[in-house]
Design a protein around this ligand. Structure first.
Ligand SMILES: NC(=O)c1ccc[n+]([C@@H]2O[C@H](COP(=O)([O-])OP(=O)(O)OC[C@H]3O[C@@H](n4cnc5c(N)ncnc54)[C@H](OP(=O)(O)O)[C@@H]3O)[C@@H](O)[C@H]2O)c1
Length: 229
């Protein structure tokens, strides 16, 4: 069975990924920003020896480093960076909230990059590691709508990080993918989302199971289709 690490495991797609991987028999390292506030994750992990909960605030380089120290050098087969924030309501040219933009860059772009740095060795130790960065269709140049400057730019930069890692790690036994999880019924996606968290997580698991090193750097949709940039 595989070891799977999920960053952003308290709610939504990340929580559902923890549930599905553990149910499939995998060993899951579920990372939460605020351990005291993760009631749903606690309930899932309680009495389940396949789920280990770790503290990790992806917006804090010190927290990422502390999590890496706590997890040590164990092999990680799959690492999914699911944590993300929208960046608040003020995202138009006239009112964009600069402080929120900086924080969102920390969470959506810089944090995932530091995760890659700190867990590269764990993924390589797997011999067939997979790093998935959960982005959004709003990151693509093909997205036809304006607005959401903060969210779109920080996720677009995340996609570029994924492409760069795929190139820089071409000789490493690590596949890097970027993914749009669908418009999902979560706190972020709202109740009108087109798919459930169960459907999104199930699709994500299939994408990872089917991807090989030759797919490194690709931008997928949750249903396995390639997303045009
Ligand atoms: N839902 C959609 O329709 C949709 C569409 C496109 C892309 N996405 C992307 O899919 C991913 C998951 O989205 P979701 O819908 O599941 O969102 P969600 O329900 O809002 O959950 C967001 C998750 O990110 C975590 N998180 C936020 N800031 C964090 C931090 N500083 N450190 C660690 N974890 C942090 C949250 O933890 P806390 O509980 O501690 O806040 C929570 O577990 C995100 O990257 C999002 O951008 C979602």
């Amino acid at each position: 069975m595989a070891t799977v690490m999920i960053v952003g495991a308290t709610r939504g797609i990340g929580l559902e990924l923890v549930r599905q991987y553990a149910e499939a028999g995998d060993s899951v390292i579920a990372c939460a920003r605020d351990l005291g506030a993760s009631e749903q994750l606690d309930a899932l992990a309680s009495g389940n020896d396949r789920i280990r909960v770790e503290s990790l605030d992806i917006g804090s380089p010190g927290s990422i480093e502390a999590a890496a120290t706590s997890i040590g050098d164990q092999a990680i087969d799959t690492l999914i960076v699911c944590a993300g924030v929208v960046g608040g309501a003020a995202q138009s040219l006239d009112d964009v909230d600069l402080e929120a933009w900086h924080h969102t860059l920390d969470v959506n772009t810089i944090g995932p990059t530091l995760i890659a740095r700190h867990f590269q060795g764990n993924l390589a130790a797997s011999g067939n590691g997979h790093l998935m960065l959960v982005s959004s269709q709003l990151a693509a140049s093909t997205w036809p709508m304006g607005g959401r400057i903060i969210y779109s730019t920080t996720k677009a930069a995340l996609g570029k990080v994924g492409q760069i890692l795929a190139i820089d790690w071409k000789d490493e036994p690590i596949t890097v993918t970027i993914l749009h999880p669908g418009w999902v019924q979560t706190d972020m996606g709202g109740p009108s989302g087109e798919i459930t968290a169960e459907e999104s997580a199930s699709g994500i698991r299939s994408v990872i199971a089917g991807a090989t090193k030759a797919d490194s750097g690709k931008f997928y949709k949750w249903n396995g289709e390639i997303h045009p940039w």
